[in-house]
Ligand binder design. Structure first.
Ligand code: FAD
Length: 450
């Protein structure tokens, strides 16, 4: 049975997140964008209102929200400001390796604290010379007794400048690629950690992004999230659970863009009528709505899989690259509906356009998502149809085998190059269509079994 309804508690959460987005996030969105600064008081308010850190399991004193819950909240906040939504959701990304880790003592120590006190937790795999290829991590984790000594730089760390803790992925030996990668949970206050200047960005300027440098940082054994050979998998499992929510960012932003276009189309006059009366504009709006609805179906499906113990990796990738790319199309067309005004920063499309461009890049680019999906479809996917050379060909009213019998011949041969079927005991010397020699012919249909 399929059920596309949100539960009562999810509807309540949606209402709460929407109120927070409209009353707290939206009024500050343009100001913080212009200042290129993260409103920490808003991140704190999201926490106190129960709209961030919600995924801490109940056993550690958390709310035990699922990924669908996270997607519902994020859609609303992103609709008001994708940048602030990134900084709010970043805590889920930062905590996910800890939640997924098997280090029970570490979870007990930190998750119970994060459920009570407002702490910002960042996630760091990327480096100045590496992003997509996580196996290419260079940040070094040298074993020292039971501890590790960390040296290297992590880059593009969201909230890195204001974070209290970091989930960091590093390697015991870059030559070992995937096998060398480990995960650590790191306290910002430990000696040897330096944070760089905020990286100047095109959009999402209310979300802090920095480089973090580790200079002989001692990580005690207790803070190991995953040992060598386990870290890579932990980072990938994390992404499988966070990527659906990146799709939710896209849905929220696209929804707002469509609503702004709708608003404008109902007011702007051209050629003596409202532009919304032109079918060209109506069709744009119809396609925007179609893209939003289809994106939400994909995002919720992937999120539902994650919440129901099904590996969401594949659908998380599909949802991420579909929703983020369609969001770009929606925002682009919404800007078109607003004409010249859409291109100014006096209207909201300009900021949305800058903000959402990031969605195709972080947490795995669109290209990386396509690699994951192609890997499955071309590797693990089980086709229903037989290989084409095994297809019973029905070009007449009778199948190939019967036609073969009717013609008094015992065999049918199919040219592997152009698909021509030849009836006879032997293949022809040469294909009459593509001129390949008889060796290109293989027994076809039932004859294949003989
Ligand atoms: C604002 C912002 C915030 C971020 N926040 C975080 C964070 O909090 N934590 C974190 O760890 N990272 C973060 N990132 C990093 C982000 O995840 C990476 O930028 C992203 O994964 C891409 O890596 P890259 O920039 O190194 O690009 P590269 O990996 O160098 O890729 C460059 C281009 O080549 C393409 N490409 C690479 N390999 C292939 C391939 N095999 N086939 C086809 N195309 C390929 C990519 O798709 C891309 O188009 C953030 C980035 C930004 C911009």
């Amino acid at each position: 049975m399929l059920n596309f309804n949100l539960s009562k508690s999810q509807l309540t959460l949606q209402k709460k997140a929407r109120k927070f987005a409209l009353e707290t996030v939206l009024p500050e969105a343009w100001d913080y964008d212009a200042r290129d600064e993260t409103p920490v008081h808003i991140l704190k308010k999201a926490f106190t209102e129960g709209l961030s850190h919600g995924d801490i399991p109940v056993q550690y004193g958390g709310k035990g929200f699922g990924i669908v819950d996270g997607a519902v909240i994020t859609e609303e906040i992103s609709a008001a400001c994708p940048g602030m939504a990134t900084s709010i959701f970043d805590n889920s990304l930062g905590m996910e390796p800890l939640i997924l880790s098997s280090n029970e003592a570490l979870k007990e120590k930190y998750l119970t604290q994060f459920a009570k006190d407002f702490k910002l937790i960042s996630f760091a795999t990327s480096e100045p010379t590496m992003g997509s290829d996580v196996s290419g991590i260079r940040c070094l984790a040298q074993p020292d007794g039971d501890d590790y000594i960390l040296n290297g730089t992590k880059y593009w760390v969201t909230n890195g400048g204001i974070a209290d803790y970091f989930s960091v992925f590093a390697t015991v030996d870059p030559e070992q690629k995937h096998q060398g990668i480990c995960g650590f949970f790191i306290d910002r206050k430990w000696p040897g950690i330096r944070v760089g200047q905020p990286i100047p960005k095109m959009g999402q300027r209310s979300s802090n992004t920095v480089g973090v440098h580790f200079d002989n940082v001692r990580v005690p054994k207790e803070n190991v999230l995953a040992g060598p050979g386990e870290g890579f998998l932990l980072s990938m499992k994390t992404f499988s659970r966070t990527r659906p929510v990146i799709g939710a960012f896209a849905i929220g932003a696209a929804r707002s863009a469509m609503e702004y276009a709708l608003d404008y189309a109902g007011k702007r006059q051209a050629f003596g009528q409202k532009i919304g009366d032109f079918q060209a504009i109506q069709f744009k709006i119809a396609e925007m709505y179609q893209k939003i609805e289809t994106s939400r179906l994909l995002v919720w499906k992937a999120a539902w899989e994650a919440d129901n113990g099904i590996d969401p990796t594949l659908n998380a990738s599909i949802a991420k690259f579909y929703a983020t790319e369609e969001c770009m199309a929606v925002v682009n067309e919404a800007m078109q509906v607003l004409g010249g005004y859409g291109y100014t920063n006096m209207f909201p499309l300009e900021k949305l356009y800058r903000d959402i461009r990031l969605l195709r890049i972080y947490e795995g680019t669109s290209e990386v998502q396509r690699m994951i999906v192609a890997g499955y479809v071309m590797g693990g996917y089980k086709p229903v149809m037989p290989p084409m050379e095994d297809l019973p060909l029905h070009r007449g009213s009778t199948p190939l085998e019967k036609r073969s019998e009717k013609a008094g011949n015992r065999s049918a041969w199919r040219c592997r190059i152009c698909g021509h079927v030849h009836y006879g005991k032997q293949p022809p010397e040469e294909c009459p269509y593509c001129f390949f020699p008889g060796s290109a012919f293989k027994p076809a249909g039932a004859d294949k079994q003989k």
